[in-house]
Write a protein that binds this ligand. Structure first.
Ligand code: OSB
Ligand code: MG
Length: 369
């Protein structure tokens, strides 16, 4: 792949409403976009790093630094035959999966566009549509949460995930379950608990949650084994799974029964597919997580979710839930059955809207070989 130049941009977009997790509240997104130019064809990527280092160690600022000073120079200096080569090339950079993924997924989009094929097909996906759930953040009151849950179920979303933290857990889950006895329901703690909270998780079993996502430490697998042994509800790991080896260890030790895959967390499509395959080989279902992505990241998530073992509804939902106006055409829409249809245009299938992107850009840098 002959790469002419690579552009980095930071865009800033306010969220339609704040999104709160156990580690904090987001009101405005600061997102890095990567645009790779190759002989008249362009590939797009998006970094999923959040604004501050509270989900994992990455932030918009660290991702810019790692991309500009390490990832992009390597990608421009080394001959790359195909996107998986980039994954190999970037491996010596330890951690910083979200920065690496932004470039790696842009190469996948580029390759798909060069060959005139949809990215989901290039990745080996076979689904025609993907099943969608929503992630609903911590609210000011249970009443407000119930209203949001109601709205999303009415819109057709197939499962509801609620964020929990100490002080916003048992009563909240009980009330949502009471109001929506038949809905697919789960919760995500984003590592807010320890094994001292084991009784809380035993009590949650009663509410027949589909799963509990990342209850314990962001860098733990071992304590999750003990928790999974003590409860009936399946544990789903998010933060703890950075590559296929982590997935294998977590599955073989029964630390979890489900895994959520995020492109940024696992450093791109190449590793995401490996995690997907390891899970499939062990009959562990996966679903696509979200990081409040703008359209380009969202479109990559949709392409990845076409793989067969993405058999549970994911966190990828409609653009309008996050942004007044997304940066792609068309925007991502979810039908009344809670599904997104795959598009068959080349690459990610959605077109980045340059005029719109320019309007929200706060800094740009062009890097050349
Ligand atoms: O843990 O899944 C998470 C958002 C930001 C950081 C971490 C997480 C989330 C979400 C939202 O749950 C997913 C989305 O709607 O994009
Ligand atoms: Mg999560």
């Amino acid at each position: 792949m002959k790469l002419d130049q690579i552009e980095l941009r930071e865009i800033q977009m306010p969220l339609v409403s704040f999104f709160e997790t156990s580690f904090g509240r987001t009101t405005q997104r600061r997102i890095i976009l990567v645009r790779i130019f190759s002989e008249g064809v362009v590939g797009w990527g998006e970094a999923t790093s959040p604004e501050g280092p509270f989900y994992n160690h990455e932030s918009t600022g660290t991702a810019w630094h790692i991309l500009r000073d390490f990832v992009i120079p390597r990608v421009l200096q080394t001959p790359i035959q195909s996107p998986p080569d980039a994954a190999v090339l970037l491996k010596p950079i330890r951690g910083h999966g979200m920065a690496k993924a932004a470039a790696e997924i842009a190469l996948w989009d580029l390759r798909a566009r060069q060959s005139g094929k949809p990215l989901h097909q290039l990745l080996g996906g076979s689904r025609r549509s993907i099943d969608c759930g929503v992630s609903i953040g911590i609210q000011q009151s249970i009443g407000e949460l119930l209203k949001k849950v109601e709205k999303e179920i009415h819109a057709g979303y197939q499962r509801i995930k609620i964020k929990i933290k100490p002080g916003w857990d048992l009563d909240v889950v009980r009330e949502v379950r009471r109001q929506f006895p038949a809905s697919l329901l789960m919760c995500d703690a984003n590592s807010a608990y320890t094994l001292r909270d084991i009784d809380l998780f035993k009590r949650l079993d009663e509410f027949k949650l589909m799963m509990i996502e990342q209850p314990l430490a962001w860098n733990d697998i071992i304590d999750h084994i003990q928790l999974q042994r003590a409860i009936q509800t399946p544990i789903c790991l998010d933060e703890s799974i950075l590559d296929a080896e982590d997935a294998r260890k977590a599955i073989e030790s029964d630390a979890c029964r489900i895994i959520n895959i995020k492109l940024g967390r696992v450093a791109g499509h190449t590793e995401a597919k490996r995690v997907h395959d390891v899970c499939a080989a062990h009959s562990i279902p996966v679903w696509c997580g979200g990081m409040l992505e703008a359209g380009i990241g969202r479109a990559h998530n949709i392409a990845m979710s076409a793989l067969q073992n993405f058999s549970l509804p994911g966190d990828v939902s409609a653009s309008k839930r996050y942004f007044h106006r997304d940066i792609i055409d068309p925007e991502v829409e979810v039908d009344s059955q809670g599904r997104i249809q795959l598009l068959d245009g080349p690459g990610i299938g959605f077109e980045p809207n340059l005029q719109r992107i320019d309007a929200v850009t706060v800094r740009t840098e062009m890097l050349r070989p």
